[in-house]
Ligand binder design. Sequence first.
Ligand SMILES: [Zn+2]
Length: 95
Amino acid sequence: MLPLQECLSPHVAMAQRDHVRLDWREPYQTLERVRSTRWTCACRATVYELCEGGGRAFIRRTLQLDDGYKIHETHRWSIAEARAVWTDILSGHAR
Ligand SMILES: [Zn+2]
């Protein structure tokens, strides 16, 4: 059995009743290199990542299932806009 580990990455807050519902789509490949710059803790079934590349950014949501993963992505925003959405996800104001 693994030793109990402390969580180093943030957890999302519970969704607020009036939270913004993001448009989650099937992921699609783009030519730009994309890298995760922020992510939530993998101890939760749903992991969110802020992904940046080519001057644009989006959120990737990975649902960890018993038999694999289910991945969805938002559409692309400017990096500043995506960072604002990221903050809203963490605080429960968007989901
Ligand atoms: Zn955790």
